[in-house]
Write a protein that binds this ligand. Structure first.
Ligand SMILES: [Zn+2]
Length: 287
């Protein structure tokens, strides 16, 4: 970022030594009550599953109070996840705010928050078999909410070639099929993703977004609890494990499996469906 031409002030060291403060008072967020979800998980039974083909997308529905898992099958593969309120697509996953309320990479106990004016948990992560990875020596972690999604516009900008199986396009086709709408209309619904299984960070010297081969292996999964009725769309990224090249047909890619689970009746008595954000919505200045 720095071009090294600005004049260094005499008190530069003092200015740089200001204490970092976590931006949001996250201690006041509703805490993750593991016991509530664990009780429901014991009895849950699989009700359906969806295979997401390599370099393509697929949608799935998860009723509030159900769980869903994204499972690695056949080989290491990254997935780009979009979520909507199944009854109102204007409420959708808010990657940036999720990052600010939790972290650049999310794991068990973190929520996936929805867009304004709703700003409520859409889903809660209840299990992550890659929890062990933590932060590696490059500063990388798994399951980021930093990256946007690979898309054909950026690809064209950089390479001047058309490629139609970027996650952005895969999600568009999946949503268009599900909603019976045109690709143009579906494109307005596709948004910044959660990068499932992707291993990413920022380079230490230039702070650029980097990716490295995902540690995910067949059998690994991440599990979510649907706090509201969800429509999900998942793309099996053309980057495969995102360990080398991207947005082409040469990289090995594998399918991803989405499983939907229903807990037994009566096992969720201590769970409450989150209500929409209660801000008045007036935006009237107090000045
Ligand atoms: Zn992608």
């Amino acid at each position: 970022m720095s071009n090294g031409t600005s004049k260094i002030p005499v008190d530069a060291a003092q200015r740089r030594s200001a204490k970092p403060i976590v931006c949001y008072e996250v201690d006041s967020l509703p805490s993750y009550d593991k016991a509530v979800y664990e009780k429901a998980k014991i009895s849950m039974e699989k009700t359906s599953e969806v295979i997401v083909p390599p370099r393509d997308g697929a949608t799935f529905h998860v009723p509030a109070g159900h769980f869903f898992r994204i499972v690695s099958v056949e080989g290491p593969q990254v997935g780009d996840l979009n979520l909507w309120n199944a009854n109102d697509l204007s409420e959708r996953f808010y990657s940036g705010k999720t990052r600010q309320l939790h972290s650049s990479h999310i794991t068990t106990g973190d929520r996936l928050w929805s867009s304004h004016p709703n700003l409520r948990p859409m889903a809660t992560i209840t299990e992550n078999t890659l929890d062990w990875y933590g932060w590696d020596e490059d500063g990388a972690g798994v399951h980021d909410v930093i990256g946007t999604r690979c898309d054909p516009y950026t690809n064209y900008l950089l390479k001047e070639v058309d490629y139609n199986n970027c996650c952005h396009s895969n999600l568009i086709r999946a949503v268009a099929d599900n909603q019976h709408i045109s690709y143009d209309e579906a494109e307005t619904h596709v948004h910044d993703v959660m990068n499932v299984f992707m291993c990413t960070g920022f380079t230490k010297d230039t702070h650029q977004y980097f990716m490295k081969a995902s540690p995910v292996r067949p059998g690994d999964f991440i599990e979510f609890f649907a706090e509201i009725d969800l429509l999900g769309a998942l793309s099996a990224c053309p980057g495969g494990d995102c360990g080398s090249s991207h947005s082409n047909d040469a990289t090995p890619c594998y399918p991803l499996l989405v499983e939907i689970y229903k807990p037994a009746v009566g096992t969720l008595e201590n769970w409450q469906k989150p209500s929409r954000n209660e801000y008045s919505g007036k935006h009237i200045s107090n000045k």
